[in-house]
Design a protein around this ligand. Sequence first.
Ligand code: 5GP
Ligand code: ZN
Length: 129
Amino acid sequence: MFLSERLPARREITMADECVFCRIIRKEVPSKPIYEDHDLIAFPDISPVAPVHVLVVPKEHMVNLNEAGVKDVPVLGKMLRLASKIANEMGVAESGYRVVINNGDDGGQIVPHLHLHLIGGKGLGHKLG
Ligand code: 5GP
Ligand code: ZN
C-alpha cells in the first residue's frame, strides 16, 4: 500500500486524539458532565454567554453537520431531545431558549467536533447573524 493511501485514516486518528471534546469524552480534560450515555455527553460551556449554556456533544467524532450521514440521524435526534430535556431540568423550557449548531468558519465554529449549544436564562433577542 502506498503511504498516500494511508494518510486520510492517519489524519482522522490524529484529529480525534487532539480534539478537545474527544479529550473531554475520554476524561483527559476535566468537565462537569450533566448528562452522559453511550452516544452523548452534555456539559456546561467553559465560557457561557447566558445563565444557561450547555454543550450537547456526540461521542463519535465528526467535525460538523457536513460529516453527518444517514447513520447519524438517530444521534442527531437524540441531541435535540436531550437539549429539550436539559432545558426543562434547568428551568428554561417555559421562558424559552435557543439551540445552535455552528458549522465551519462562517458559521463561527471554533471546536471542530459537532456540538449543539443550548442557551437560555435571559432574553436572546431576535437577531441571529
Ligand atoms: P463553537 O464556536 O465551536 O460552536 O463553540 C465551541 C464552544 O466550546 C465555545 O463556546 C467554547 O467556550 C467551548 N469550549 C471550548 N473549549 C472548552 C472546554 O475545554 N471545556 C468546555 N466546557 N467548553 C469549551
Ligand atoms: Zn472530537
